[in-house]
Design a protein. Structure first.
Length: 493
């Protein structure tokens, strides 16, 4: 990982001469940036990349969806990440206090604190289901280690998965275990240990993904998988698909809810926000694309459905591990690493709530962690039951106009609803507000000073956060609600 960070070219041209590094201080700066990159990558790379990206790509028909997702990462994700880190570093506080403080500094309303609030709630809601899914990954560790999948065919693997999710008590057991792990770290406020974990485990995860890609090449359906991922078929792209690609760009980069803002608040003053943001976004995208390159060949080689939904990786990867040499070993290792990746993300999901709660209620970190843990645990039950007891309890919400029918939610369980609400609405809304604040309201001298990038880069960044990112978010929102179709019909285009 140090390589990818240091290989990004120095672009900063206004390093003040007084700050010119001697050897020692240069090394210190570099290592601080690394620490941030590690923590932020730990937050970004998680279930979103390996579990969610493949399954929503499959639900949305592949290539065209992936293209929109990549476009969103580049044009909205990276600039908003820079904005969010910047606000965090300038505010140096929990998201609510940071937003209030910055608003005061630039002479704007304290109501900006609401942005921090929404983030605290979004993180909380996401963690409630994230923990349940991470629990599935945990459950797969003993399955793998005991050779459950050895020689099983697709139907057999399917049965193992359905069996798991149909037992609420088993899911609760794993949900509890994962949440306990998360809260343990959060309560102790240990960042050092995590950084070590990310330093060693992330490269290992990369290595395992590469091994799996070789397996995928061997399935005979690799080309089909590549074509599925990278050949856009726009007839498959729906308005909901576009919304979910954008929502996922926020989700996968941990943006729009204050996680990256809190991490930014620990960032030393002179580290390059731009380089760090690029590095994180790049690694995150690589992991997601690698996951896609592994899953889809397995899907096609075994005549499975790409649109299998949230169980997709749990129904495909075991087939690969069940067939390859040392599959039980690699499989066990893989799911352990997936749990670790989820762990470093879940900590950042709840950190905004913890820092905010400690300050607001004037209580210790440990107390706040227990408090938050209980609430998240209870909310997680909604997701647990979505896959068994209450799986039939669904809502469908459509807006039908004379210009067409717009499906907002279709047969959505509580889990689907939570996911939709947080990824597709709350995170983009939070990101929109961050972009507007950083681009329009924050004094330019502050943002220029914080970002410390070349003139041209700054102009590009400002253009993206002022116009492109807000416009894209708004248009995608309106599009999903049918407003764009409405206007087009009225104008006859
Ligand atoms: N980015 C994480 C993932 O892809 C999830 C996450 C979202 C973490 C928002 C923090 C904040 O798994």
């Amino acid at each position: 990982m140090p390589d990818s960070a240091s290989s990004i070219k120095e672009s900063s041209s206004h390093q003040s001469p007084t700050n010119q590094p001697e050897n020692t201080s240069a090394r210190e700066q570099w290592s601080s940036r690394m620490v941030f990159i590690l923590a932020a990558t730990g937050s970004a790379v998680g279930l979103g990349n390996i579990w969610k990206f493949p399954y929503i790509t499959g639900e949305n028909g592949g290539g065209a969806f992936v293209l929109v997702y990549l476009l969103c990462i580049a044009s909205i994700g990276v600039p908003i990440m820079m904005a969010e880190v910047m606000l965090g570093r300038r505010g140096r506080n929990d998201p609510v206090t940071t937003m209030k403080k910055l608003a005061r500094e630039s002479g704007h309303s304290r109501a900006w604190g609401l942005l921090g609030w929404m983030g605290v709630i979004a993180g909380f809601l996401i963690l409630s289901y994230y923990s349940v899914i991470a629990g599935w990954a945990m459950a797969y560790v003993p399955f793998m280690a005991s050779g459950t999948f050895n020689g099983l065919d697709a139907a057999g693997v399917n049965t193992v998965f359905s069996d798991l999710v149909s037992h609420p008590e088993t899911l609760i057991f794993w949900h509890t275990s994962f949440l306990f792990l998360t809260m343990l770290v959060v309560a102790r406020g240990v960042r050092g240990g995590l950084e070590k974990a990310v330093t060693y485990l992330m490269p290992l995860l990369f290595a395992l993904l590469i091994i799996l890609i070789f397996y995928a090449i061997d399935t005979g359906a690799f080309q089909k998988g590549v074509a599925y991922l990278f050949t856009p078929d726009f007839s498959k792209l729906t308005t909901e698909g576009i919304l979910s690609a954008m929502g996922h760009a926020f989700f996968t980069l941990s943006l729009g809810m204050g996680a990256i803002m809190v991490y930014g608040s620990y960032l030393p003053a002179k580290t390059s926000i731009a380089k760090a943001s690029f590095a994180v976004a790049f690694m995150d995208t690589m992991v997601a694309l690698m996951a896609g390159l592994i899953i889809f060949p397995i899907v096609f080689a075994n005549s499975l459905e790409p649109s299998a939904g949230p169980g997709l990786i749990f129904k495909t990867l075991p087939l690969a591990f069940g067939q390859m040499d040392y599959g039980a070993l690699f499989g066990t290792l893989f799911f352990i690493l997936l749990v670790f990746a989820a762990w470093t993300s879940s900590i950042s999901l709840i950190e905004p709530a913890i820092t905010w709660g400690m300050k607001t209620f004037q209580i210790s970190r440990v107390k706040m962690a227990v408090f938050a843990g209980i609430f998240v645990w209870l909310s997680g039950l909604l997701t647990v039951f979505s896959f068994n007891l209450t799986s039939d309890l669904t809502i469908t919400s459509t807006i039908s106009t004379q210009y067409g029918e717009f499906v907002i939610l279709k047969n959505a369980t509580a889990f689907d609803f939570l996911d939709y609400l947080t990824s597709n609405i709350m995170l983009p809304l939070g990101g929109l507000m961050i972009a507007i604040y950083a681009g329009w309201l924050m004094k330019k001298e502050y943002s220029r000073d914080e970002l410390d990038i070349s003139r041209a880069m700054y102009a590009l960044w400002l253009f993206l956060v002022r116009f492109i990112a807000p416009l894209m978010v708004v248009v995608v929102f309106l599009n999903a609600m049918g407003v764009v179709a409405f206007i087009r019909t009225i104008m006859g285009v």
